[in-house]
Ligand binder design. Structure first.
Ligand SMILES: Nc1nc2c(ncn2[C@@H]2O[C@H](COP(=O)(O)OP(=O)(O)O)[C@@H](O)[C@H]2O)c(=O)[nH]1
Ligand SMILES: [Mg+2]
Length: 291
């Protein structure tokens, strides 16, 4: 088995050396330097990694794509992805490799939720992750506890099935959606994660989280339109019901109907009906496209 450990890295000179040094034990190490302005490439090379450099920053998804293409062209059987910032422990690589080597899975995700490691995650991030995890499960139908984890292993079949897009779609979610769609096997194993590293996050949590969520919801609209539009329609009907109640309450108390609330109730009812019809129509379309 030829194993390639792919490390996407963007300005990670503080941690890349130790990550590469520890990862080397388990296979060849490829650092994809994503246009770093610091010594990431130099240090990675010095501790024995193969380095491919993007001249400009292209984002983590594209960095992984470069790594996967390298693996495909150089006949690797397995790829392990691990972050360069030191949050993951390279010594846990064998845990991720095990289901792949036993041919029990095509994609293995290291999950922070299976052994309580998620308790280290700051609360506000946990809330965001909870939303992303729930929506990913809804969109893909795969039971995943840690959809955003970057610590993963893939076999060749998974590598060959992936067609990562360049549209900024979050690579962690896209990988799950594509592979589950193609019927590949996805499992999770428990991992640990550190939050005492110098540069743990490069993306702003709120804007990044909202961006990921928007993409996932878009995907639910595309794959399960009835679910998305049905939910929105239901919310409209609830709003209509509440406004209708407020409009009629004074009437039953002997006064007049409140006109503004009544008009609002009518508008929300119409929106609700429209959304429901849209959901039904798109659902039929989605099914036709699938068949
Ligand atoms: N944010 C970001 N990370 C990149 C990029 N290219 C590669 N990476 C690497 O992707 C990994 C995960 O990024 P990080 O910001 O730690 O994500 P988080 O821990 O999930 O918040 C790190 O190893 C980064 O060095 C990029 O363009 N942007
Ligand atoms: Mg990180």
């Amino acid at each position: 088995m030829k194993i390639l450990i792919v490390i996407p890295a963007y300005n990670e000179e503080l941690t890349i050396g130790s990550v590469v040094a520890l990862a080397k034990k388990y296979g060849d190490v490829l650092v994809v330097d994503d246009g770093s302005k610091d010594k990431t490439s130099k240090i990675a090379q010095e501790v024995g990694a193969i380095v491919v450099k993007h001249e400009v920053n292209r984002g983590k998804g594209q960095a992984l794509k470069t790594g996967f293409n390298y693996a495909l062209h150089n006949d690797y059987d397995v790829v392990v992805c691990i972050d360069a910032d030191g949050q993951h422990n390279p010594e846990e690589i064998p845990l991720l490799l095990k289901p792949i080597l036993n041919d029990e899975a095509d994609l293995v995700i290291g999950s922070r939720y299976l052994n309580g490691a998620h308790k280290n995650i700051p609360l506000y991030r946990r809330v965001g992750l909870w939303i992303l995890n729930k929506t990913t499960v809804l969109a893909s139908g795969v039971k995943i506890t840690d959809s955003q984890s970057g610590f993963r292993a893939l076999n060749r079949r998974a590598l060959e099935s992936l067609e990562l897009s360049a549209n900024g779609y979050p690579v962690e979610s896209e990988m799950i959606h594509q592979l589950s769609e193609k019927g590949l096997r996805i499992t999770e194993v428990p991992i640990n994660v550190r939050y005492d590293v110098p540069k743990k996050h490069k993306k702003h949590p709120v804007s990044h989280g909202v961006g990921v969520l928007a993409k996932i919801i878009g995907l639910i609209g595309y794959k399960r339109p009835l679910l998305l539009f049905g939910t929105l329609s239901l919310l409209s009907f609830i709003a209509s019901g509440v406004l209708g109640y407020l409009a009629l309450k004074p009437y039953y108390a002997g006064g007049k109907v409140y006109l503004t609330q009544a008009i609002g109730a009518g508008i929300f009812a119409i929106i609700g009906i429209q959304l429901f019809i849209a959901g039904l129509t798109l659902n039929v379309l989605a099914r036709m496209v699938r068949e």
